[in-house]
Design a protein around this ligand. Structure first.
Ligand code: URA
Length: 221
């Protein structure tokens, strides 16, 4: 599990930096330990509940793991929880959650409970700032494991941050939005984040078109 190992190495380097170490010759002494994450969502959540891979673990109230159906063909990936969600441990509460539910139930015509929804970052970012790349990297193995367990036929990246984090591709959202792309053994489509739509309601028509495309795709598999 290379990415978990990389995240651990990064954590060790950051700890050394916090301790005042400015230079080390090599990190070869960090032998790759046996690192595996469980192939079961409940057990994965337990592992994550005691995660201290990045500094967000010090300030979080709850891990916001994600929720929905284990058998879902579709997985929505947002960015990070807000403070209400951190308090409760649930994804997409509030107005953005209501809008996401409408996108799922009124356009895809499937109950929200039958999809899977999670975020790239499972802990509340500090001071409402965008998560740092080391925080994102620390969390990546967990999202990857959720994808491996659920095996969605399509992932919906909610916004450019989720897309670029998942794919390591920084193509502007205007160029990739609404396109169903191959992504490892599954597909990915990016649409606007519900928070963006709340600030820019005129973009809802594009998201509506994206959701219709997803509906067509789900009907053909
Ligand atoms: N709440 C979430 O869970 N994710 C987001 O991206 C925004 C709000």
């Amino acid at each position: 599990m290379k990415s978990l190992y990389s995240a651990l190495q990064l954590k060790r380097l950051l700890t050394l930096k916090e301790l005042g170490v400015e230079y080390i010759d090599s990190i070869e002494e960090f032998k790759e330990p046996e690192l595996t994450l469980p192939d079961n969502l409940d057990m994965l959540k337990k592992v994550m509940d005691s995660c201290h891979m990045c500094q967000l673990s010090k300030s979080r109230t709850n891990i916001v793991f994600g929720e929905g159906s284990l058998n879902s063909k579709i997985m929505f990936v947002g960015e990070a929880p807000n403070s209400n969600e951190d308090n409760v441990g649930k994804v997409f509460m509030g107005r953005s959650g209501e809008l996401l539910t409408k996108m799922i139930e009124n356009v895809l015509h499937i109950p929200k409970e039958s999809v899977y929804i999670t975020n790239i970052i499972k802990c509340l970012p500090l001071n409402k700032k965008a998560p740092t790349s080391s925080e994102i990297l620390s969390c990546k193995p967990y999202l990857q494991k959720q994808i491996d367990i659920i095996k969605p036929k399509i992932i919906v990246a909610l916004g450019a941050t989720a897309y670029s984090y998942l794919t390591n591709d920084n193509t502007p959202i205007e160029r990739i939005r609404g396109n169903i792309l191959n992504f490892n053994t599954t597909r990915i489509i990016t649409t606007y984040h519900p928070n963006y739509l709340l600030r820019n309601p005129s973009a809802k028509k594009e998201t509506f078109a994206d959701m219709l495309k997803i509906k067509d795709f789900l009907e053909t598999i």
